[in-house]
Design a protein around this ligand. Structure first.
Ligand code: NAD
Length: 356
């Protein structure tokens, strides 16, 4: 056995109602002036956290936007300077946590994250910012939130479709970690637990969105999935989703949900572990088609066509996916990538990629 395992200095508190611990957690960090961040839609949740912070809160900045536009990041950094905040508290999903990360990058300000979706950004050193339609991404330890408060109570308001697709985003982190070149035995164990917990919990969460027990199981899976994303290098699936989001503006979590079975089929001959795991969890011999049916039954998207992509876009996406460099178990071949995208646009069986 031979491996390198990289983890980050981050404290995780997982408990229903943990948002109420925010003040004591900040006091332990030794910071005293907190700016609370959220999207405009989640202002109420941010105000509640600011109230729990009492005199430690210097304000609420409810201006987070999807994909962290540079102007949004600079405006938040300016508010941090004006209010002399020495920490940000991000209450929200990947967009709000992404804004806190951008502020860490621009100002060096540490953050505490209170995630309200399953995207997992709070566990990674990855940051992204968008300018002139181009998303720049990078890796920097400074952006890793110092404390994460996982509170299942905050996820009960997440609409069904976002619940499903952001949880599938997390499943995708874990699935690709299973064949990442820098995976370690501990990452592989977390990935298996993430996929298993997420797929077991999701149907119950969709049926009973207010059930804190199953919401907690799904949030636990998201924590594990996010940790996998933070420690292992992602391959074709993440690259394709990133390319489709950047070039065609396809919605982030929906794209992950649709592409995953096709990317896993593409890599199956060289890296069967994720497909085999899905087969065990879903108890089927054709797990990728079964996964699509399962997603469709839960009300999720299963073709890139329904997300707005058509065949005219394929050549451009294949070009972009071929030029970027990233590790992937199977070689990148123009013809197979074209076939992958055509099958995904039409929503045809991913198993058709086997042996092609
Ligand atoms: P999001 O943060 O954009 O949230 C989607 C919508 O749901 C927003 O309107 C938000 O206000 C709302 N919302 C969030 N939680 C809610 C709740 N509990 N109740 C009601 N409404 C709620 O979505 P996301 O999928 O979490 O994040 C996507 C972004 O995160 C993308 O930009 C993606 O690139 C990024 N991301 C980054 C990483 C990383 O490691 N850097 C990882 C995953 C995702």
């Amino acid at each position: 056995m031979k491996f390198v395992h990289q983890s980050f200095a981050s404290r995780v508190v997982f408990e229903s109602g943990s948002r109420h611990l925010v003040r004591q957690e900040l006091e332990q960090l030794g910071v005293g002036r907190a700016l609370v961040l959220s999207t405009p839609e989640q202002r109420d949740g941010a105000e509640e956290v600011a109230a729990a912070l009492g005199t430690l809160a210097v304000g609420v900045h409810a201006e987070a936007r999807m994909h962290v536009p540079v102007a949004t990041a600079r405006a938040a950094a300016e508010v941090v300077r004006q209010t002399k905040a020495d920490v940000t508290v991000a209450v929200g999903g990947g967009s709000t946590i992404g804004l806190a990360k951008a502020v860490s990058l621009l100002e060096g300000t540490p953050s505490l994250a209170i995630p309200t979706t399953y995207a997992g950004s709070e566990m990674t050193p990855l940051w992204g910012m968008t300018e002139d339609g181009q998303k720049r991404t990078g890796r920097d330890d400074v952006v890793v939130p110092r404390v994460v408060l996982y509170d299942p109570e905050l996820t009960t308001s997440l609409p069904g479709r976002v619940t499903l697709t952001s949880a599938m985003n997390s499943v995708a982190h874990a699935a690709e970690a299973l064949y990442a070149p820098d995976r370690s035995p501990i990452t592989a164990s977390m990935a298996e637990a993430a996929v298993t917990s997420a797929l077991r919990a999701l149907p119950d969460v969709m049926a009973r969105p207010d059930d804190l027990q199953v919401r907690g199981d799904l949030l636990y899976a998201a924590w594990l999935g996010g940790t996998c994303l933070g420690t292992a290098t992602m391959g074709l699936h993440h690259k394709l989703c990133h390319t489709l989001g950047g070039a065609l503006d396809l919605p982030h979590a929906d794209t992950h949900t649709v592409v995953l079975p096709y990317a896993l089929a593409y890599n199956f001959a060289d890296a069967p572990a994720p497909v085999e795991l899905l087969g065990r969890v879903l108890d089927t011999v054709e797990p990728l088609s079964a996964l699509r049916t399962w997603i469709a039954d839960l009300g999720g998207p299963v073709s890139l066509g329904e997300l707005g992509m058509d065949s005219a876009d394929v050549a451009r996406i294949v070009d972009l996916a071929m030029t970027a460099s990233y590790p992937n178990p199977s070689a990148l071949e123009r013809e197979r990538l074209t076939r992958l995208l055509e099958l995904a646009i039409a929503g045809e069986s991913p198993e058709l990629l086997y042996g092609s």
